[in-house]
Design a protein around this ligand. Structure first.
Ligand code: SF4
Ligand code: SF4
Length: 314
């Protein structure tokens, strides 16, 4: 990877406001770092957050908190744009009127076992890239060295790979791989295939973050009129969030990039077009009705209370 490519990746890193070491690091690079309860900067990193979330982060947290995905998104996140086409992402919403994470407590992280991948990686940043002539993504790392973080002054040395193992990020990376590839593909191929971007973005948001709503969507009659979902697959995704998430990534690939995943029901396209036409006609009829009413009101000779400006009854 050349310097320009690295700089582009570093710019897109979740830590872009922070000093990122100007090197692309490999997994076997040794870093000096340790974070523990007795560091003087305890909780400093969680007091001023900028944490982007992956679908798997959201799944873990909403299940831990016993919330629906919609409830979690509303209470703990805000939307931002992942690319220039407005591809939606979500980040942690800090405490009201402040910058601290809502899950920070004096003892540290109150959701430690289910903390997001970005929290696990810190102070390492994961960088993924995909060239237009390559099918798979390539991974590298960068080191974030912020003044307030004193963990870099601790004696301990270990490789990035060892640090990843210690922080349990492999599972998180594995579960989010399909989604990361989608984003890289979207960024490298530009606009989506054959769909208005607004609809694509709404679908992307629901299938990436609002998993409970996506489940209801997959179980709806209109979805099943459009796609043939094998009974075993349907049973799996209804019962298992992670299977549903995998299904969602594949469905997005099909919807956004025409990569075949589900068979379409015969005549589905025609039915879909008929539904859209009917909806369009209904909207046009409602608009025409509104326009007609405004015209009628304009020429309505009948005086009404208030027309004289006094608001009276005479
Ligand atoms: S989830 Fe935990 S580790 Fe991550 S910012 Fe919040 S308190 Fe810190
Ligand atoms: S050492 Fe760094 S990661 Fe650990 S609490 Fe301090 S600021 Fe946070």
């Amino acid at each position: 990877m050349d310097e320009q490519e690295f700089n582009n990746l570093a710019k897109e890193s979740p830590f872009r406001e922070s000093p990122v070491m100007p090197n692309m690091l490999e997994g076997d690079t040794t870093i000096q770092f340790r974070c523990h309860r007795n560091v003087k900067c305890w909780n400093a990193c969680c007091s001023n957050i900028d944490i982007p979330l992956t679908p798997y982060d959201i799944l873990r947290l909403k299940n831990r908190l016993g919330l629906s995905s919609a409830e979690f998104l509303q209470q703990y996140t805000f939307p931002y744009e992942l690319d220039k086409d407005g591809l939606p992402g979500v980040k942690f919403q800090p405490v009201e009127g402040g910058t601290a994470c809502q899950f920070m407590v004096a003892e540290g992280c109150s959701v430690y076992e289910d903390r997001p991948a970005a929290c696990r990686y810190y102070p390492v940043a994961l960088l993924s890239m995909r060239r237009s002539d390559e099918y798979t993504d390539r991974t590298g790392y960068a080191l974030v060295q912020e003044k307030h973080c004193l963990g870099h002054q601790e004696e301990r040395k270990l490789t990035i790979e060892e640090y990843r193992q210690e922080q349990g990020v492999s599972d998180y990376d594995e579960k989010s791989r399909g989604w990361r590839q989608l984003i890289l593909k979207k960024k490298s191929t530009g606009s989506t295939v054959g769909k208005p971007p607004m609809i694509s973005n709404q679908l992307f948001f629901m299938a990436s973050y609002d998993m409970d709503r996506f489940r209801a969507f997959v179980m709806s009659p209109s979805f099943n009129e459009s796609y043939m979902v094998p009974v075993e697959t349907m049973a799996e995704i209804v019962a298992d969030d992670e299977k549903l998430m995998e299904f969602a990534f594949n469905f997005l690939k099909q919807s956004l990039f025409n990569e075949k995943f589900l068979e379409e029901q015969e005549g589905a396209f025609e039915k879909h077009r008929a539904r859209l036409n009917a909806r369009g006609q209904a909207i046009r009829a409602a608009m025409e009705q509104g326009r007609q009413k405004m015209e009628d009101d304009k020429y309505d000779p009948e005086p009404r209370p208030g027309d004289c400006g006094c608001g009276g009854n005479d």
